[in-house]
Design a binder for this molecule. Sequence first.
Ligand code: ZN
Length: 65
Amino acid sequence: MSAGMSAAWRAKQQKPKRCQRCELYYSASLDTCDQCATLSEAQLTLFKIKRQKILQKMRLSVNIY
Ligand SMILES: [Zn+2]
């Protein structure tokens, strides 16, 4: 019984999908990613570079402390 309940719960709590284009997670209830839908290819490239720099900074700060 509890297994059936958790299955129902899991169906409600759908895991977000990962977008192949922008590599961000978006709601599984959506057909397409809404994070990069409005971005052009050029904007997407800039967006990825920006995010990579932020990640790098985060990694650096982790190493310092
Ligand atoms: Zn996307």
